[in-house]
Design a protein. Structure first.
Length: 202
């Protein structure tokens, strides 16, 4: 998945005339597993592409400071929507990598549910210049929300290229690691077979 995400980002950056916001969900980092961290990161990244976007964000914070020290999640989302809806701007690409890393165990709604509702909200804006790419394990709660939104789904672990990349990586580690290099050939083959079979495309 990480390799696929990097390829997508590289391709988008080569296009030049587009704004790109990338967010990697990480359950080990509190700021990278919550909706607030996602929206804040997208705002900062998109504002680097456009003076107009920066002005919208600056005006938002200027007015919001008079009422409260920290803006609400809804306020940040409203600001992001204002940026995305601004006419005459270049296409915007939003990449959310590893959505399944958002926890789905506590809270009503949970952190993952909040992110899914946010994505659903963005899609329902119907903005033709907004493009969203999400990578994730196909967990039921995620597919239940995304499938009705007509996302085009690519199952990487079933792709021949993905499987071959995993095999190549495992072989490389086994054949270059100082300890493993001294193993018998049969043991190396067994490790390679077991790891690539049980990797399940990840």
């Amino acid at each position: 998945m990480e390799s696929a995400s990097s390829t997508i980002i590289d391709d988008l950056q080569k296009q030049g005339l587009a704004s790109l916001g990338f967010f990697y969900c990480d359950f080990r980092d509190d700021d990278k597993k919550e909706l607030r961290g996602l929206v804040s990161s997208l705002l900062v990244q998109l504002c680097e592409y456009s003076d107009t976007y920066f002005a919208i964000l600056s005006d938002f914070y200027s007015s919001d400071k008079r009422r409260r020290r920290n803006p609400s999640d809804d306020g940040l989302i409203g600001c992001l929507k204002a940026i995305l809806k601004h006419p005459g701007q270049a296409p915007v690409f939003v990449i959310i990598d590893g959505l399944d890393e958002c926890p789905n165990t506590s809270g009503m709604p949970s952190a993952r549910e909040k992110v899914l509702m946010f994505v659903e909200n963005l899609v329902n804006l119907g903005l033709r210049d907004l493009h969203i790419c999400i990578t994730s394990r196909p967990e039921a709660d995620i597919t239940n929300i995304l499938n009705p939104l007509h996302f085009r789904t690519i199952i990487l672990h079933k792709e021949i290229g993905q499987q071959q990349d995993i095999i190549n990586y495992v072989k490389s580690v086994v054949n270059t690691d100082l300890a493993m290099k001294r193993w018998r050939a049969a043991d190396k083959e067994l490790v390679i077979k077991e790891l690539t079979t049980k990797a399940q495309g990840m």
